[in-house]
Design a protein around this ligand. Structure first.
Ligand code: PBG
Length: 343
C-alpha cells in the first residue's frame, strides 16, 4: 500500500561527480595506508607517570576507585621507578599520602626536608638517576583542611601560601627534584619559585606550571588516594579556574609564562582539549595535559562492566590529547601503555 521504492532522481549526479573524484576512503582502505597517513602517534616519550607514595616498608596499597593504581612505600616506589626507567618512561610525578598526624592548618610539614615527598625523591634519584622527577609544591597533602593554600579566617591567604610553597619548592629541588610543578593556582607562585630556585643555585631545575587547572569533579579519586577527600571543607573555586572559561585560561597561562614557566599544563585532560589547542597555538610552549584520576576511573569502571573496550579507550583518549597539541601527558595509564608499546 504504502510501499515506497527510492530511485535515483533522473539526472542526479553520481558519487564521482559529486565528490569530483575525491574519495577520502581511498587512504583508509588498508592497514598499511592508514599507517602511512597517520598524523599523530603516542610513544613512550609522551608519558609522565603520576605515582602515589605512603609511609612504611614494602607497602602496595590499592587505591579503591582506581583499579591498578597503588600507593607505594618509598622502597617499592624505587622499584617501580626502576621498572618505569626500563620501560623508557621519561619522568615520574610523585604525590604523597601524608600521615594525618603530620597535617596542620598551614601544611607546615611540607617544610620538613625529610618529609615523604623529599625522601622519595632522594631515594629514586639515588637508585635511578636517569628518570626525571617532578614534584608538586601545593600544600593540600599537608593541610588538615585539604586546601592547596593556607587558610586564614576561612580565606586562602595567597601571598603567605606562595611564601610557603616557594620554600617547599627549594627543599624539593635540594632533594633532587628536576621539575617543580606547583598545582595550587596561587597568584605569583611561578615568579616567586623561579627567583628562589635561582637564588639557591637551582638554575637548572625547571618549572612545569599547572597553568590552567580547572575547578573539576574529575579529581575525586585522587583526593581519596592522598586522603584529603574527607578533610576538604568547601571547594577550591577561589583558586582553580571556572570550568566555563577559556579566555581566563589563556591569561593564566600567559601570566605563568611571563613569570618563568618552562612548560605549561592543562588539567584535567580530555574535557579540556580546546584549552590544549588554544595554548599550544598561542604560545608554542612545551604543553602537557594531566589525564586526572576521574578520567582514569571512568575508563576503568566502564571497561570493568564490559561497556567499553578499556584498552582502546585508554589509547584513544591519550592520542586525542596528542592530537590536541600535547607534547606529553601525565597519566596513571603510563606503565600499562609503556608495556603495550613495547610489545
Ligand atoms: C591538588 C591536586 C589535585 C590533583 C593533584 N593535585 C586536585 C585536587 O585535589 O583538588 C588531581 C589529580 C588527579 O585527580 O589525578 N593540588
Amino acid at each position: 500500500m504504502n510501499r515506497f521504492a527510492p530511485t535515483r532522481a533522473a539526472g542526479a549526479l553520481s558519487v564521482d561527480e559529486l565528490t569530483n573524484s575525491r574519495r577520502l576512503r581511498r587512504m583508509r582502505k588498508a592497514a598499511w595506508s592508514r599507517r602511512l597517513v597517520q598524523e599523530n602517534h603516542l610513544t613512550v616519550d609522551d608519558l609522565i607517570w603520576p605515582m602515589f607514595v605512603v609511609e612504611g616498608k614494602n607497602v602496595r596499597q590499592p587505591v579503591e576507585a582506581m583499579p591498578g593504581v597503588f600507593r607505594y612505600s618509598v622502597d617499592i616506589a624505587v622499584k617501580e621507578a626502576e621498572r618505569a626507567a626500563k620501560l623508557g618512561i621519561p619522568a615520574i610525578a610523585t604525590f604523597p599520602k601524608v600521615d594525618l598526624s603530620l597535617r596542620d592548618d598551614t601544611g607546615s610539614h611540607i617544610l620538613d626536608p625529610d618529609n615523604l615527598i623529599n625522601c622519595t625523591t632522594r631515594a629514586i634519584k639515588a637508585a635511578v638517576p636517569e628518570i626525571g622527577i617532578i614534584t608538586d609544591a601545593a600544600l593540600d597533602p599537608f593541610t588538615s583542611h585539604g586546601h592547596d593554600g593556607i587558610l586564614r579566617d576561612g580565606i586562602i591567604a595567597n601571598d603567605e601560601s606562595v611564601e610557603q610553597i616557594t620554600a617547599a619548592a627549594v627543599l624539593q629541588a635540594a632533594a633532587g627534584s628536576d621539575i617543580i610543578a606547583p598545582s595550587d593556582m596561587m597568584d605569583g607562585r611561578i615568579g616567586m619559585i623561579r627567583a628562589a630556585l635561582d637564588a639557591n643555585g637551582f638554575q637548572d631545575v625547571a618549572i612545569m606550571s599547572y597553568a590552567t587547572k580547572f575547578d573539576s569533579a574529575f579529581y575525586g579519586p585522587y583526593r581519596d588516594a592522598i586522603g584529603t577527600a574527607g578533610l576538604l571543607k568547601g571547594d577550591k573555586k577561589t583558586y582553580y579556574i571556572n570550568n566555563a572559561n577559556s579566555a581566563e585560561a589563556l591569561r593564566e597561562a600567559e601570566q605563568d609564562i611571563l613569570e618563568g614557566a618552562d612548560m605549561i599544563m592543562v588539567k584535567p585532560g580530555l574535557p579540556y582539549l580546546d584549552i590544549v589547542r588554544l595554548l599550544k597555538d598561542q604560545f608554542s610552549m612545551p604543553t602537557f595535559a594531566y589525564q586526572v584520576s576521574g578520567e582514569y576511573s571512568m575508563i576503568k569502571a566502564a571497561a570493568a562492566n564490559g561497556w567499553i573496550d578499556g584498552e582502546r579507550a585508554m589509547l584513544e583518549s591519550l592520542l586525542a590529547l596528542k592530537r590536541a597539541g600535547c607534547d606529553g601527558i601525565l597519566t596513571y595509564f603510563a606503565p600499562t601503555v609503556a608495556e603495550m608499546l613495547k610489545r
